[in-house]
Structure formats: C-alpha cells, structure tokens
Design a protein around this ligand. Structure first.
Ligand SMILES: Nc1ncnc2c1ncn2[C@@H]1O[C@H](COP(=O)(O)OP(=O)(O)OP(=O)(O)O)[C@@H](O)[C@H]1O
Ligand SMILES: O=C(O)[C@@H](O)C(=O)CO
Length: 429
C-alpha cells in the first residue's frame, strides 16, 4: 500500500447503498472511490483516495456469508490504512429477523475490538428520520410506508431497537432525541453510560442533518460506526479539523459518449411512480413478464429486440410492478427465485446492450444494480456530482468507461429517469 492510505473505509451491503454513501463523502469534500466487491490490495484506483467504499451484495444473503464477506472487506480496508470503518446499510433498515445488520455489525465490532457501536440509519434528505427509536419514511412509520411490501426484506416493525435486538446476540439500547439535541458531549456521555451497562448496539435518534453531524462528532474516535449514508455527513469534518484532507474538487467526472438505456428491477413505490411517468410520456418501455421468464420463454431476447427496434430513442426495460402483482408472482414462484431470475435477466440484457454500443446506464434498485454492474464486469466507480439525494453520477474505472446512475428503489423524484439521462450525457441543466 503506497502513501498515507485512506481515512474512511465503508462496507456497504448493496450497490446503490454504496454509491449513496460515496456521494455523501464526495459532497463533504472527500475524494472517494467505490469498488465493486473487494479489490486487489494494490489496485491503482485506491491510490490517492481519501475514502474507499466497498460495495458488497450482502443485504439478503445468508447471515454467515454476509459476515464472512464483510470481514474480508474489513481486512482490505484496514490494509488500505482506513482509520474509521462505516458499515452502511439501508436508511429503511432493510433486513430480516436473521440479519444481516445485527450479525454483521457485531462481527465487525468484535474484529475491531469495539465495545459499543452506534446504529444510525437516519437520512433526512430522503425523509428517513428516527425518533424514539422508531423509523419514519416521510410522515409514515416504516411499517406503513410501503416497505412492509418489500419483495425481499419486508419491514413490518418501525421500532428499530426491537428489530435490531431480534437479529443480534448483544443488548440493543437507544440514545434518544433530547440527548442528541443537547450536543456531542451528551451523546458521548450516553454512549459511555450504555457501554458501562453492557449495551453493545445503540440505535441513535436523528431527525435532521445537524443531528447526524452531532453524532459524527461524538463518534470521532469510534473505529466502527454503522448506519445509513447520513451518518457520513459528520465524519469528514473530523479529518478536516486536523487538516488532513487535500481539499481537491472531488466530484469532477469525464463525459461518456454512447447510447443509453434505463433498467428498472426495483419493486419500490417510487420506482413504480418513475416507470409510470415514463410510460405516460409515451416513451418506449418493455415490461419483463416474470411468469413468462419462469416458463422459459425468450424474454431476454424479446427485450433486446425491443431495444433494436427503437434505435433512435432511449428505452426503459423494467420488471417493476405494483405490490399486488408482485405478491402474485412471488406466491407462484417464490420471492427469492423470482428476484434472482429477474436480476439474471436484467444482467444479461445489460451486457447485450453494452455490446450494442450502450455506454450510459440508469439502473433502479439496489439488488438490480448489483446484478447489472457485475454482469457488465464493472470493478470500480469514480463518484461524481449528485443527480438526486443519494444518487450520484458515476463513471466506471478500468478500460471501458461506462456512465452509471445506480438508484436505490425509493430514491429520486417522478422524473428521475429523464434527469439521470441528462446528467450522464453531461447536460447539467
Ligand atoms: N415483477 C417482479 N416479480 C418478482 N420479483 C421482482 C419483480 N421485479 C423485480 N423483482 C425483484 O425484486 C427485487 C428488488 O430489489 P432491488 O434491490 O433491486 O430494488 P428495491 O428493493 O426496490 O431497491 P433498494 O434495495 O435499492 O431499496 C430484485 O431481486 C428484483 O429482481
Ligand atoms: O440508505 C438508503 O436508503 C439507500 O442507500 C439504500 O441502501 C436503499 O437500498
């Protein structure tokens, strides 16, 4: 490892979550790279990075595998010199009763010998706030926000202390909002007290970016922090205070020429809205019929033929469907199997379109983005300016430059696809 090494190392449990936290770090002035999976120790992409985000696809795999991959990412980040590790998960706490947030957080804490670790998923810019340990999405409790219908991680309880406790071996506690409001010293004191009482994981209330900065300040010497991308808002400042950051413009990217496409595999409410908006505008869209896919019909070939028939326009290829239709498909095929089939199909389609000259991809859905970038053989991303909160423009590292906007399911306004296509084409209007 050359040079001084990076300052912050993040382990993200899905791909769009990784770009989300990378975007936050870039906005806060840190030169950030994102690797797809764990890179080689001497990968040139990390040479002068101030923050490194390792994107795993570990959110919905078996807990043991998620722990193993996260510990391997930790080894890499420590070898790269990272002094502070952030385990990034979803701001809607996407997980099941078996994990993977609790098991991974506990394994990382053990490896880093940290007695008590905070869990702060709040992301106010996207309406995710935590109050009295309860997660809200906009005005709705998590379990009434649409997330209760998530295809892989249905969130049926908004009480994060309870949710995290169910998937953890240690004791989960809460740092409440009045404590956060009193400032970093009070948060530190509360953390110390909880530690003395034997608590190992602490959900922390936060309803504004100012709260997250307070928490970041309070945890300046924690080697492990866990949360959503919002928790990264306050961390770069700890290094800036010590004059350790280069101060270079972290967000400038080259423009990538070529054709473009939108691929949507997210089942989220917001992506449904974005797909509906595209179709209302009478823009070309091909719907992947999952039952046909399951029956072995040539759905991938049809999607590619649809693209070929619309060479003068950008097409959307989507599996996104409303919750009731999704449930029917899942009941017939099984949620896991249906998800894997759709991801595989979208991966094949992406690769085939790349071979047809597509260089700019807008992708909706975390799991979907993971499948697409893996299929495109993308190993790393340079992170640029935000298109929407939590969604930066990115350009792949390596020999073939691809421009990618990887969008978490529930991010972006109704016109996000158009906006992202414009941003990737270099049009900043
Ligand atoms: N019509 C469908 N029927 C069954 N499964 C589907 C369908 N459409 C998408 N899926 C699957 O649902 C899952 C959606 O997960 P993904 O992470 O891509 O989106 P999301 O959960 O909305 O976004 P995020 O995780 O970023 O919030 C994927 O595994 C995808 O393949
Ligand atoms: O934290 C979020 O909301 C996103 O980055 C994400 O991970 C959604 O899947």
């Amino acid at each position: 490892m050359s040079g001084r090494g990076a300052f912050i190392g993040c382990i993200a449990d899905d791909f769009t979550g990784a770009t989300d936290i990378a975007s936050t770090l870039v906005r806060a002035g840190m030169k950030t790279v994102q690797s797809i999976g764990i890179p080689e120790a001497d990968d040139p992409m990390i040479a002068d990075a101030e923050a490194i985000v390792v994107a795993l696809k570990s959110r919905t795999i078996a807990a043991g595998d998620a722990v193993e991959q996260s510990l391997a990412a930790l080894d890499f980040l420590r070898a790269a010199g990272c002094r502070q590790i952030v385990f990034k998960y979803c701001s809607t706490f996407d997980s099941t009763e078996h994990g993977n947030i609790g098991p991974v957080a506990e394994a990382l804490a053990r490896a880093l010998d940290q007695q008590v670790t905070i869990a702060a998923p709040s992301f106010p810019a996207n309406g995710r706030t935590v109050y009295n340990g309860h997660l809200f999405v906009g005005h709705a409790l998590l379990n009434e926000s649409g997330m209760q219908n998530h295809p892989l991680t249905p969130m049926k309880d908004a009480n994060l202390v309870r949710v995290l406790q169910a998937q953890s071996k240690g004791t989960v506690g809460l740092i409440d909002f009045p404590t956060v409001l009193k400032g970093a010293e009070h948060v530190r004191a509360a953390i110390e007290q909880a530690q003395a009482e034997g608590t190992t994981l602490l959900v922390v209330d936060a309803i504004s970016e100012a709260d997250l900065k307070v928490i970041g300040q309070a945890c300046h010497d924690h080697t492990l922090i866990t949360g959503g991308s919002g928790i990264a808002l306050g961390l770069p400042e700890n290094f800036r205070t010590n004059n350790e950051l280069s101060g270079a413009d972290a967000a400038v990217l080259p423009v990538v020429a070529g054709k473009d496409v939108v691929l949507a595999g997210s089942g989220s409410l917001r992506t449904n809205l974005q797909v509906a908006r595209w179709i209302e505008a009478k823009r070309p869209a091909y719907r992947i019929d999952v039952m046909k896919l399951a029956a072995g019909e040539p759905v991938v070939e049809e999607a590619i033929a649809f693209f070929d028939a619309h060479t003068d326009q950008t097409v959307l290829i989507y599996a996104t469907s409303p919750a009731d239709e999704l449930r029917q498909v899942q009941a017939a095929i099984g949620a896991q199997k249906a998800g894997e089939m759709v991801e595989h199909a979208l991966g094949l389609i992406a690769r085939s379109l790349r071979d047809r000259g597509v260089r700019r991809f807008v992708v909706a859905g975390g799991e979907t983005s993971g499948a697409v970038v893996q299929s495109l053989d993308v190993k790393g991303l340079r992170i640029g300016a935000p298109i929407a909160p939590g969604v930066p423009a990115t350009v792949s590292t390596g020999d073939m430059s691809l421009a990618l906007a990887l969008k978490s399911g529930n991010f972006g306004e109704a016109d996000f696809f158009e906006k992202a296509l414009r941003a990737l084409s270099g049009d900043q209007s």
